[in-house]
Design a protein around this ligand. Structure first.
Ligand SMILES: [Zn+2]
Length: 60
């Protein structure tokens, strides 16, 4: 069985992991319908991107 040459202490391990937090996902609002969407993507609610309708969203 492999044995680690230097055991990492709890304090050193936790200090290393202090930088591992995920950042919050950035969202913007659609100019057409004000729906929240990811930046640089087509709005999934109305299919518009930069004021142009690029895909058709069927409404029921
Ligand atoms: Zn939209």
């Amino acid at each position: 069985m492999a044995v680690p040459q230097n055991k990492v202490s709890r304090a050193r391990k936790l200090k290393r992991r202090a930088h591992h937090a995920l950042s919050e996902v950035t969202r913007t609002r659609c100019q057409k319908c004000n729906h929240q969407r990811l930046p640089h993507t087509i709005c999934e609610n109305c299919g518009h991107y930069r004021g142009r309708a690029l895909i058709q969203i069927d409404e029921f």
